[in-house]
Design a protein around this ligand. Structure first.
Ligand code: F6P
Length: 374
């Protein structure tokens, strides 16, 4: 007689508020369906090293509101994992852990990198279900991601607070907001917080346009401004250099050319480091106002999830168990309106959900006079 189903769960990539709520959703629904569930520690590393956590009723109690992830997380990749100082392909080892734990399915909670890694394990025959989580909200084919709403509220609250100090000192305050590849968080919190300028990776900017917007405010009697800048926002010239290097990498036919283009991209990323401080200096020179930088950093990822994220995490987590019961594997549980939708992981992996140039948030922001530096 077939034993009851046994499933595994892990969280990978950067943490985000709502992960514990999602683990609880999967875990409680699994118990309800008579399944056993075990957690793997620290992302794919725990799977490679068979580091497990028992997820019984007691372990799942009292975690709905708790930030972070009780499982721990990490950015290790199954196909290139550092083990004893050497990079190793751990996919077969992971497949053996899956077998030895007699798993029927593995639930992976993660962002862009996790979806690529999940696909790599699907290719080894693992039954995988993924849940989209990242504060960046940049996962394709889902309306939203676990953690985004909380991070957007935190960044908005920070912008609110920066307003009063910028106003009092007649300063420009630049709030650097997470998001290297997509600008959802800077855009959403910038609009909600009433930032005067919003700079995002999808719209390259000219610092002279930003300065002109600030000078215009000054001329009209408002001698302070708030700039919400995403980590990955780029001035026009740098953006062109990145695009050209990325194109060279894509088109390279020899290993040497590929490596050269890759190194070029690494070099450009290094040059980009500290760009928010450079922006502050440039704006001081161009506006004759004092400028200050506030890097919001990891505060955006920590702490209690919002009600919206708890609800989303519970909806997606419990739906993951429905997928498993139906044998609907290789799917991401996507949020679509009030429903969930099964989206093949293969369609999500390697795709980025950027802010479209014609997105309604951008046009609304422009209507209320926000400058994008373009
Ligand atoms: O992917 C989420 C994210 O929070 C990004 O917004 C941020 O750029 C990055 O992670 C930071 O990564 P790490 O946790 O590795 O420093």
């Amino acid at each position: 007689m077939k034993q009851s189903k046994r499933i595994g769960i892990l969280t990978a990539g950067g943490d985000s508020p709502g992960l514990n709520a999602a683990i609880r959703g999967v875990g409680k629904a699994a118990h309800d369906a008579g399944m056993e569930i075990i957690g793997f520690r620290d992302g794919f590393r725990g799977l490679a090293q068979n580091q497990t956590i028992k997820l019984d009723k007691k372990a799942l109690a009292g975690i709905l509101t708790v930030g972070g992830t009780l499982l721990g997380t990490g950015r290790d990749k199954p196909h290139r994992m550092e083990v004893n100082g050497r990079m190793r392909d751990m996919r077969d080892v992971i497949a053996r852990t899956y077998e030895s734990n007699k798993l029927d399915a593995l639930v992976c909670l993660g962002g862009g990198g996790t979806h690529k890694n999940a696909l790599r394990l699907m290719e080894k025959g693992l039954n995988i279900i993924t849940l989209p989580k990242t504060i960046d909200n940049d996962i394709a084919l889902t309306d939203t991601t676990i953690g985004f709403d909380t991070a957007m509220s935190i960044a908005t609250m920070a912008i609110d607070r920066l307003h009063s100090t910028a106003h009092s000192h007649h300063r420009i305050i630049i709030a650097e907001i997470m998001g290297h590849r997509a600008g959802w968080l800077a855009l959403g919190s910038g609009i909600a917080g009433g930032a005067d300028v919003i700079l995002i990776p999808e719209i390259s900017y000219d610092v002279r346009n930003v300065a002109a917007a600030i000078r215009k405010r000054k001329k009209l009697g408002t001698n302070f401004s708030i700039v919400a800048v995403a980590e990955g926002a780029l001035p026009i010239k740098e953006a062109a250099q990145f695009t050209a290097a990325a194109r060279r990498k894509k088109e390279a036919t020899t290993k040497t050319d590929k490596l050269k283009a890759k190194n070029e991209l690494v070099h450009l990323r290094e040059l980009h480091d500290g760009s928010t401080w450079r922006l502050a200096k440039q704006l001081e020179e161009l506006t004759h106002l004092e400028a200050r930088v506030t890097i919001l950093g990891y505060v955006q990822r920590g702490g209690t999830p919002s009600a919206t994220d708890r609800l989303l995490a519970t909806r997606l987590g419990t739906a993951a168990v429905d997928f498993i019961l139906k044998g609907n594997f290789g799917m991401m549980v996507a949020a679509r309106g009030e429903d969930v939708k099964a989206v093949p992981v293969i369609d999500v992996a390697g795709r980025l959900k950027s802010v479209p140039a014609d997105h309604s948030w951008i046009s609304s922001a422009r209507h209320v006079g926000t400058c994008f530096g373009d």
